[in-house]
Design a protein around this ligand. Structure first.
Ligand SMILES: NC(=O)c1ccc[n+]([C@@H]2O[C@H](COP(=O)([O-])OP(=O)(O)OC[C@H]3O[C@@H](n4cnc5c(N)ncnc54)[C@H](O)[C@@H]3O)[C@@H](O)[C@H]2O)c1
Length: 414
Protein backbone atom coordinates (compact mmCIF):
# COMPACT_ATOMS: atom_id res chain seq x y z
CA UNK A 1 0.00 0.00 0.00
CA UNK A 2 1.10 3.54 -0.63
CA UNK A 3 0.10 5.72 2.31
CA UNK A 4 0.44 9.45 2.98
CA UNK A 5 0.44 11.00 6.44
CA UNK A 6 -0.23 14.72 6.90
CA UNK A 7 1.53 16.08 10.01
CA UNK A 8 4.56 14.60 11.74
CA UNK A 9 3.73 15.42 15.37
CA UNK A 10 3.07 12.83 18.07
CA UNK A 11 0.19 11.24 16.21
CA UNK A 12 1.34 11.53 12.59
CA UNK A 13 4.91 10.42 13.17
CA UNK A 14 4.03 7.41 15.30
CA UNK A 15 1.35 6.23 12.85
CA UNK A 16 3.66 6.83 9.88
CA UNK A 17 6.49 4.80 11.41
CA UNK A 18 4.12 2.03 12.47
CA UNK A 19 2.69 1.71 8.96
CA UNK A 20 6.08 2.04 7.25
CA UNK A 21 7.08 -1.39 8.56
CA UNK A 22 4.82 -2.97 5.90
CA UNK A 23 3.84 -0.13 3.55
CA UNK A 24 5.37 2.71 1.55
CA UNK A 25 4.72 5.76 3.70
CA UNK A 26 5.20 9.41 2.77
CA UNK A 27 4.88 11.81 5.70
CA UNK A 28 4.36 15.48 4.99
CA UNK A 29 4.83 18.40 7.34
CA UNK A 30 4.68 22.12 6.65
CA UNK A 31 7.68 22.74 8.93
CA UNK A 32 10.86 22.11 6.90
CA UNK A 33 13.08 21.75 10.02
CA UNK A 34 11.03 18.74 11.17
CA UNK A 35 11.32 17.10 7.77
CA UNK A 36 15.08 17.71 7.66
CA UNK A 37 15.50 16.14 11.10
CA UNK A 38 13.44 13.12 10.08
CA UNK A 39 15.38 12.64 6.88
CA UNK A 40 18.61 12.68 8.86
CA UNK A 41 17.27 9.89 11.06
CA UNK A 42 16.47 12.09 14.08
CA UNK A 43 13.21 12.56 15.95
CA UNK A 44 11.73 16.05 16.35
CA UNK A 45 10.02 14.86 19.57
CA UNK A 46 11.23 13.09 22.69
CA UNK A 47 10.02 9.51 22.35
CA UNK A 48 12.45 6.62 22.90
CA UNK A 49 10.73 4.16 20.55
CA UNK A 50 10.44 6.71 17.73
CA UNK A 51 14.14 7.55 18.17
CA UNK A 52 15.01 3.85 18.06
CA UNK A 53 12.97 3.26 14.88
CA UNK A 54 14.51 6.26 13.10
CA UNK A 55 18.08 5.38 14.12
CA UNK A 56 17.76 1.74 13.11
CA UNK A 57 16.22 2.79 9.81
CA UNK A 58 19.07 5.25 9.13
CA UNK A 59 21.75 2.66 9.97
CA UNK A 60 20.02 -0.03 7.88
CA UNK A 61 19.62 -2.29 10.94
CA UNK A 62 15.81 -2.30 10.59
CA UNK A 63 14.82 -0.64 7.31
CA UNK A 64 11.48 1.10 6.99
CA UNK A 65 9.76 2.35 3.84
CA UNK A 66 9.48 5.81 5.37
CA UNK A 67 9.95 9.12 3.56
CA UNK A 68 9.43 12.63 4.93
CA UNK A 69 8.80 15.62 2.72
CA UNK A 70 7.32 19.12 2.52
CA UNK A 71 6.24 18.50 -1.08
CA UNK A 72 2.51 17.77 -1.41
CA UNK A 73 2.81 16.24 -4.87
CA UNK A 74 5.54 13.86 -3.71
CA UNK A 75 3.59 12.81 -0.62
CA UNK A 76 0.01 12.72 -1.84
CA UNK A 77 0.15 11.40 -5.41
CA UNK A 78 -1.70 8.12 -6.04
CA UNK A 79 -1.97 7.00 -2.44
CA UNK A 80 -4.37 4.30 -1.24
CA UNK A 81 -4.84 5.88 2.19
CA UNK A 82 -4.08 9.38 3.46
CA UNK A 83 -3.96 9.80 7.23
CA UNK A 84 -4.61 13.31 8.56
CA UNK A 85 -2.83 14.09 11.85
CA UNK A 86 -2.73 17.88 11.96
CA UNK A 87 -3.60 20.05 15.00
CA UNK A 88 -7.14 20.84 16.13
CA UNK A 89 -6.63 23.54 18.74
CA UNK A 90 -9.58 24.80 20.74
CA UNK A 91 -10.70 28.22 19.54
CA UNK A 92 -11.73 30.09 22.70
CA UNK A 93 -13.62 32.70 20.64
CA UNK A 94 -15.71 30.21 18.67
CA UNK A 95 -15.92 27.73 21.58
CA UNK A 96 -15.13 24.96 19.16
CA UNK A 97 -12.14 23.15 17.68
CA UNK A 98 -10.32 24.93 14.90
CA UNK A 99 -10.35 22.23 12.22
CA UNK A 100 -8.87 24.39 9.46
CA UNK A 101 -5.58 22.43 9.26
CA UNK A 102 -7.53 19.18 8.75
CA UNK A 103 -9.52 20.77 5.94
CA UNK A 104 -6.37 22.24 4.35
CA UNK A 105 -4.70 18.83 4.38
CA UNK A 106 -7.76 17.15 2.85
CA UNK A 107 -7.88 19.71 0.01
CA UNK A 108 -4.17 19.09 -0.64
CA UNK A 109 -4.61 15.30 -0.68
CA UNK A 110 -7.57 15.48 -3.04
CA UNK A 111 -5.53 17.49 -5.54
CA UNK A 112 -3.20 14.53 -6.08
CA UNK A 113 -5.31 11.53 -5.03
CA UNK A 114 -8.96 12.10 -5.89
CA UNK A 115 -9.98 8.56 -4.92
CA UNK A 116 -7.81 7.77 -1.89
CA UNK A 117 -9.41 6.84 1.40
CA UNK A 118 -8.82 9.72 3.80
CA UNK A 119 -8.60 8.73 7.47
CA UNK A 120 -8.76 11.59 9.95
CA UNK A 121 -6.68 10.78 13.05
CA UNK A 122 -6.84 14.29 14.49
CA UNK A 123 -9.36 14.69 17.30
CA UNK A 124 -12.44 16.38 15.88
CA UNK A 125 -15.88 17.51 17.13
CA UNK A 126 -18.65 14.92 17.36
CA UNK A 127 -20.48 14.88 14.02
CA UNK A 128 -17.62 16.47 12.09
CA UNK A 129 -16.86 13.66 9.61
CA UNK A 130 -20.46 13.27 8.53
CA UNK A 131 -20.78 17.02 8.06
CA UNK A 132 -17.53 17.18 6.12
CA UNK A 133 -18.56 14.32 3.82
CA UNK A 134 -21.73 16.24 3.04
CA UNK A 135 -20.06 19.64 2.64
CA UNK A 136 -17.34 18.29 0.35
CA UNK A 137 -19.61 15.76 -1.35
CA UNK A 138 -16.88 13.23 -0.62
CA UNK A 139 -17.76 9.64 0.29
CA UNK A 140 -14.20 8.56 0.99
CA UNK A 141 -13.53 10.08 4.42
CA UNK A 142 -13.20 7.97 7.59
CA UNK A 143 -12.25 8.79 11.18
CA UNK A 144 -10.01 6.78 13.47
CA UNK A 145 -9.46 8.14 16.99
CA UNK A 146 -5.96 8.08 18.39
CA UNK A 147 -5.38 7.13 22.04
CA UNK A 148 -1.60 7.45 22.41
CA UNK A 149 0.20 9.13 25.30
CA UNK A 150 2.86 11.77 24.54
CA UNK A 151 6.33 10.37 25.20
CA UNK A 152 5.03 6.83 24.47
CA UNK A 153 3.46 7.61 21.11
CA UNK A 154 4.92 4.78 19.04
CA UNK A 155 4.92 2.33 21.96
CA UNK A 156 1.18 2.90 22.33
CA UNK A 157 0.65 2.26 18.62
CA UNK A 158 2.71 -0.94 18.81
CA UNK A 159 0.63 -1.98 21.84
CA UNK A 160 -2.75 -0.34 21.21
CA UNK A 161 -5.43 -0.48 23.91
CA UNK A 162 -7.94 -0.79 21.06
CA UNK A 163 -8.33 0.10 17.39
CA UNK A 164 -11.41 2.12 16.47
CA UNK A 165 -12.33 3.16 12.93
CA UNK A 166 -15.47 5.12 12.06
CA UNK A 167 -17.33 4.68 8.77
CA UNK A 168 -20.98 5.26 7.82
CA UNK A 169 -22.57 1.94 8.72
CA UNK A 170 -24.95 2.02 5.77
CA UNK A 171 -22.13 2.29 3.24
CA UNK A 172 -20.57 -1.14 2.62
CA UNK A 173 -17.59 0.26 0.71
CA UNK A 174 -16.68 2.62 3.57
CA UNK A 175 -17.11 -0.14 6.16
CA UNK A 176 -14.82 -2.40 4.15
CA UNK A 177 -12.20 0.37 3.90
CA UNK A 178 -12.49 0.93 7.66
CA UNK A 179 -11.75 -2.77 8.27
CA UNK A 180 -8.84 -2.55 5.87
CA UNK A 181 -7.38 0.43 7.72
CA UNK A 182 -7.89 -1.33 11.08
CA UNK A 183 -5.96 -4.32 9.65
CA UNK A 184 -3.10 -2.06 8.58
CA UNK A 185 -2.83 -0.69 12.14
CA UNK A 186 -3.01 -4.22 13.60
CA UNK A 187 -0.40 -5.49 11.15
CA UNK A 188 2.02 -2.81 12.39
CA UNK A 189 1.45 -3.65 16.07
CA UNK A 190 3.87 -5.77 18.07
CA UNK A 191 3.27 -9.45 17.17
CA UNK A 192 2.76 -10.30 20.87
CA UNK A 193 -0.51 -8.34 20.78
CA UNK A 194 -2.15 -10.99 18.58
CA UNK A 195 -2.26 -13.46 21.48
CA UNK A 196 -3.16 -11.09 24.29
CA UNK A 197 -6.29 -11.87 26.29
CA UNK A 198 -8.64 -8.98 27.01
CA UNK A 199 -10.83 -8.40 30.06
CA UNK A 200 -13.88 -9.71 28.16
CA UNK A 201 -12.07 -12.96 27.34
CA UNK A 202 -11.42 -12.05 23.70
CA UNK A 203 -7.99 -12.51 22.15
CA UNK A 204 -5.91 -9.94 20.22
CA UNK A 205 -6.34 -6.22 19.83
CA UNK A 206 -9.97 -5.18 20.39
CA UNK A 207 -11.15 -3.69 17.10
CA UNK A 208 -14.31 -1.67 16.65
CA UNK A 209 -15.65 -0.47 13.31
CA UNK A 210 -18.48 1.90 14.23
CA UNK A 211 -20.25 4.95 12.81
CA UNK A 212 -18.08 8.02 12.32
CA UNK A 213 -20.06 10.01 14.90
CA UNK A 214 -19.80 7.18 17.44
CA UNK A 215 -16.03 7.00 16.80
CA UNK A 216 -15.72 10.75 17.41
CA UNK A 217 -17.77 10.41 20.60
CA UNK A 218 -15.56 7.52 21.79
CA UNK A 219 -12.51 9.77 21.62
CA UNK A 220 -14.03 12.77 23.41
CA UNK A 221 -15.81 10.68 26.08
CA UNK A 222 -12.63 8.68 26.75
CA UNK A 223 -10.55 11.81 27.30
CA UNK A 224 -13.27 13.48 29.34
CA UNK A 225 -13.41 10.41 31.58
CA UNK A 226 -9.65 10.64 32.10
CA UNK A 227 -10.03 14.34 32.93
CA UNK A 228 -12.84 13.47 35.35
CA UNK A 229 -10.63 10.99 37.14
CA UNK A 230 -7.77 13.45 37.47
CA UNK A 231 -10.18 16.18 38.61
CA UNK A 232 -11.77 13.81 41.13
CA UNK A 233 -8.53 12.91 42.88
CA UNK A 234 -7.40 16.53 42.72
CA UNK A 235 -10.60 17.62 44.41
CA UNK A 236 -10.15 14.88 47.01
CA UNK A 237 -6.69 16.37 47.63
CA UNK A 238 -8.10 19.91 47.85
CA UNK A 239 -10.48 18.69 50.56
CA UNK A 240 -7.80 16.80 52.47
CA UNK A 241 -5.35 19.71 52.33
CA UNK A 242 -8.00 22.18 53.46
CA UNK A 243 -8.96 19.97 56.41
CA UNK A 244 -5.41 18.94 57.33
CA UNK A 245 -5.91 15.29 56.36
CA UNK A 246 -3.47 12.80 54.84
CA UNK A 247 -4.40 12.63 51.16
CA UNK A 248 -2.18 9.66 50.44
CA UNK A 249 -3.84 7.50 53.06
CA UNK A 250 -7.26 8.41 51.76
CA UNK A 251 -6.36 7.66 48.12
CA UNK A 252 -4.74 4.34 49.08
CA UNK A 253 -7.84 3.36 51.05
CA UNK A 254 -10.20 4.42 48.26
CA UNK A 255 -8.25 2.75 45.45
CA UNK A 256 -7.88 -0.69 47.01
CA UNK A 257 -11.48 -1.16 45.89
CA UNK A 258 -11.07 -3.06 42.61
CA UNK A 259 -14.07 -1.25 41.16
CA UNK A 260 -12.14 2.02 41.56
CA UNK A 261 -8.66 0.69 40.91
CA UNK A 262 -5.21 2.16 41.31
CA UNK A 263 -3.55 4.41 38.74
CA UNK A 264 -4.35 7.82 37.33
CA UNK A 265 -5.01 8.95 40.90
CA UNK A 266 -1.88 10.94 41.75
CA UNK A 267 -2.83 14.54 42.62
CA UNK A 268 -1.53 17.32 40.41
CA UNK A 269 -2.12 21.02 39.81
CA UNK A 270 -4.83 20.14 37.29
CA UNK A 271 -5.29 18.07 34.17
CA UNK A 272 -3.33 19.57 31.33
CA UNK A 273 -1.31 18.85 28.23
CA UNK A 274 -2.48 19.33 24.67
CA UNK A 275 -5.55 17.10 24.71
CA UNK A 276 -7.55 16.88 27.96
CA UNK A 277 -8.30 20.61 28.41
CA UNK A 278 -9.39 21.12 24.80
CA UNK A 279 -11.20 17.81 24.38
CA UNK A 280 -13.36 18.31 27.50
CA UNK A 281 -14.32 21.79 26.29
CA UNK A 282 -15.18 20.46 22.84
CA UNK A 283 -17.38 17.73 24.32
CA UNK A 284 -19.15 20.34 26.44
CA UNK A 285 -19.71 22.41 23.27
CA UNK A 286 -21.14 19.31 21.56
CA UNK A 287 -23.66 18.87 24.40
CA UNK A 288 -25.33 22.11 23.24
CA UNK A 289 -29.01 21.82 24.30
CA UNK A 290 -28.48 18.30 25.72
CA UNK A 291 -28.94 18.22 29.52
CA UNK A 292 -25.75 17.69 31.51
CA UNK A 293 -24.12 18.61 34.81
CA UNK A 294 -21.01 16.53 34.91
CA UNK A 295 -19.23 17.62 31.73
CA UNK A 296 -19.41 21.28 32.69
CA UNK A 297 -18.27 20.42 36.22
CA UNK A 298 -15.21 18.62 34.83
CA UNK A 299 -14.23 21.73 32.88
CA UNK A 300 -14.90 24.03 35.86
CA UNK A 301 -13.15 21.75 38.38
CA UNK A 302 -9.84 22.28 36.64
CA UNK A 303 -10.03 26.05 37.04
CA UNK A 304 -11.05 25.75 40.70
CA UNK A 305 -8.15 23.39 41.37
CA UNK A 306 -5.56 25.72 39.88
CA UNK A 307 -6.98 28.66 41.88
CA UNK A 308 -6.75 26.55 45.04
CA UNK A 309 -3.15 25.55 44.35
CA UNK A 310 -2.18 29.19 43.67
CA UNK A 311 -3.84 30.40 46.88
CA UNK A 312 -2.14 27.66 48.95
CA UNK A 313 1.25 28.69 47.61
CA UNK A 314 0.61 32.39 48.24
CA UNK A 315 -0.60 31.64 51.78
CA UNK A 316 2.72 29.93 52.53
CA UNK A 317 4.76 33.02 51.61
CA UNK A 318 2.45 35.73 52.89
CA UNK A 319 4.95 36.81 55.56
CA UNK A 320 8.01 36.70 53.31
CA UNK A 321 9.49 40.09 52.34
CA UNK A 322 9.89 40.47 48.55
CA UNK A 323 9.05 36.86 47.73
CA UNK A 324 10.06 35.19 44.48
CA UNK A 325 8.13 32.07 43.49
CA UNK A 326 10.17 29.41 41.72
CA UNK A 327 8.45 27.43 38.98
CA UNK A 328 10.23 24.11 38.63
CA UNK A 329 9.63 23.01 35.03
CA UNK A 330 6.84 24.17 32.74
CA UNK A 331 6.24 20.63 31.51
CA UNK A 332 3.23 18.62 32.59
CA UNK A 333 4.98 15.33 33.28
CA UNK A 334 8.52 14.39 34.19
CA UNK A 335 10.40 13.26 31.07
CA UNK A 336 8.16 15.36 28.80
CA UNK A 337 9.60 17.70 26.19
CA UNK A 338 6.69 20.06 25.75
CA UNK A 339 4.52 22.22 27.92
CA UNK A 340 1.44 22.81 25.79
CA UNK A 341 -1.38 23.83 28.16
CA UNK A 342 0.48 22.57 31.23
CA UNK A 343 -1.45 23.27 34.43
CA UNK A 344 1.47 25.07 36.08
CA UNK A 345 1.23 27.89 33.53
CA UNK A 346 -2.25 28.87 34.74
CA UNK A 347 -1.09 28.65 38.35
CA UNK A 348 1.86 30.85 37.47
CA UNK A 349 -0.39 33.46 35.86
CA UNK A 350 -2.21 33.86 39.16
CA UNK A 351 1.03 34.68 40.98
CA UNK A 352 1.78 37.29 38.38
CA UNK A 353 -1.76 38.70 38.60
CA UNK A 354 -1.11 39.12 42.33
CA UNK A 355 2.11 41.02 41.60
CA UNK A 356 4.46 38.26 42.84
CA UNK A 357 7.51 37.74 40.63
CA UNK A 358 8.28 34.23 39.42
CA UNK A 359 11.55 32.66 38.34
CA UNK A 360 11.24 29.66 36.03
CA UNK A 361 13.65 26.75 35.83
CA UNK A 362 13.10 25.12 32.45
CA UNK A 363 16.22 23.66 30.81
CA UNK A 364 14.42 22.77 27.56
CA UNK A 365 13.51 26.42 26.88
CA UNK A 366 16.23 28.14 24.86
CA UNK A 367 15.02 31.66 25.78
CA UNK A 368 15.60 33.37 29.12
CA UNK A 369 12.11 34.86 29.12
CA UNK A 370 8.74 33.12 29.12
CA UNK A 371 5.63 35.28 28.80
CA UNK A 372 7.40 38.16 30.54
CA UNK A 373 8.89 36.04 33.35
CA UNK A 374 12.57 35.33 33.87
CA UNK A 375 13.88 31.86 32.99
CA UNK A 376 17.09 30.35 34.30
CA UNK A 377 18.95 27.21 33.28
CA UNK A 378 21.08 27.30 36.43
CA UNK A 379 19.48 25.10 39.07
CA UNK A 380 21.69 26.37 41.93
CA UNK A 381 20.81 29.98 41.14
CA UNK A 382 17.14 28.97 40.91
CA UNK A 383 17.22 27.35 44.33
CA UNK A 384 19.09 30.26 45.91
CA UNK A 385 16.89 33.04 44.56
CA UNK A 386 13.44 31.58 45.25
CA UNK A 387 11.36 31.76 48.44
CA UNK A 388 9.25 28.73 47.55
CA UNK A 389 9.52 26.21 44.72
CA UNK A 390 6.36 25.08 42.98
CA UNK A 391 6.68 21.72 41.20
CA UNK A 392 3.80 19.88 39.58
CA UNK A 393 5.99 16.79 39.63
CA UNK A 394 8.63 15.98 42.24
CA UNK A 395 12.21 15.56 41.07
CA UNK A 396 15.10 14.24 43.15
CA UNK A 397 17.05 17.28 41.90
CA UNK A 398 15.05 19.19 44.50
CA UNK A 399 15.96 16.92 47.44
CA UNK A 400 18.36 19.42 49.08
CA UNK A 401 15.64 22.13 49.13
CA UNK A 402 12.73 19.77 49.86
CA UNK A 403 11.56 21.95 52.76
CA UNK A 404 10.59 24.79 50.44
CA UNK A 405 9.04 22.73 47.65
CA UNK A 406 5.29 22.84 47.14
CA UNK A 407 4.08 19.82 45.18
CA UNK A 408 1.05 17.54 45.31
CA UNK A 409 2.93 14.70 43.60
CA UNK A 410 2.29 12.29 46.46
CA UNK A 411 3.06 9.05 44.63
CA UNK A 412 5.99 10.31 42.53
CA UNK A 413 4.50 9.13 39.27
CA UNK A 414 2.56 10.66 36.41
N1 LIG B 1 -0.64 14.57 21.34
C1 LIG B 1 -1.45 13.62 21.76
O1 LIG B 1 -1.23 13.01 22.82
C2 LIG B 1 -2.66 13.25 20.96
C3 LIG B 1 -3.32 12.05 21.25
C4 LIG B 1 -4.46 11.72 20.53
C5 LIG B 1 -4.95 12.59 19.56
N2 LIG B 1 -4.30 13.76 19.32
C6 LIG B 1 -4.85 14.65 18.29
O2 LIG B 1 -4.10 14.48 17.09
C7 LIG B 1 -3.95 15.73 16.40
C8 LIG B 1 -2.49 16.04 16.24
O3 LIG B 1 -1.91 16.10 17.54
P1 LIG B 1 -0.31 16.08 17.73
O4 LIG B 1 -0.08 16.07 19.19
O5 LIG B 1 0.29 15.05 16.86
O6 LIG B 1 0.02 17.53 17.15
P2 LIG B 1 1.46 18.15 16.86
O7 LIG B 1 1.31 19.62 17.03
O8 LIG B 1 2.51 17.42 17.65
O9 LIG B 1 1.71 17.81 15.32
C9 LIG B 1 0.94 18.32 14.29
C10 LIG B 1 1.83 18.51 13.08
O10 LIG B 1 1.02 18.87 11.96
C11 LIG B 1 1.76 19.81 11.18
N3 LIG B 1 0.81 20.51 10.32
C12 LIG B 1 0.02 21.56 10.59
N4 LIG B 1 -0.75 21.86 9.53
C13 LIG B 1 -0.44 20.97 8.55
C14 LIG B 1 -0.89 20.74 7.23
N5 LIG B 1 -1.84 21.50 6.70
N6 LIG B 1 -0.35 19.74 6.53
C15 LIG B 1 0.61 18.93 7.06
N7 LIG B 1 1.09 19.11 8.31
C16 LIG B 1 0.56 20.11 9.05
C17 LIG B 1 2.47 20.66 12.22
O11 LIG B 1 3.58 21.33 11.66
C18 LIG B 1 2.87 19.60 13.25
O12 LIG B 1 4.16 19.07 12.99
C19 LIG B 1 -4.74 16.75 17.24
O13 LIG B 1 -6.03 16.80 16.74
C20 LIG B 1 -4.76 16.11 18.63
O14 LIG B 1 -5.86 16.52 19.38
C21 LIG B 1 -3.16 14.10 19.97
Amino acid sequence: MRIAVAGTGYVGLSVALLLSQHNEVHALDIVPEKVELLNSGKSPIVDPVITDFLEKNASGERPLDFHATIDAQEAYTDVDFAVIATPTNYDEKKNYFDTSSVEAAIVAVRQYSPHAWIVIKSTIPVGYTQQLRENLDDDYILFSPEFLREGHALYDNLHPSRIVVGAPQNDAESVEAAHQFASLLAEGADPSEASRINHDGSTGIPTLVVGTTEAEAIKLFANTYLALRVAYFNELDTYAESRGLNTREIIDGVCFDPRIGDGYNNPSFGYGGYCLPKDTKQLLANYNQVPQNLIEAIVDANRTRKEFVASEVMERIKDVQNPVIGIYRLTMKSGSDNFRQSAIQDVMRQFKANGIPVLIYEPTLDKLDFQGSEVTHDLSEFKARTSIIVANRWDNNLANVGGKVYTRDLFCRD
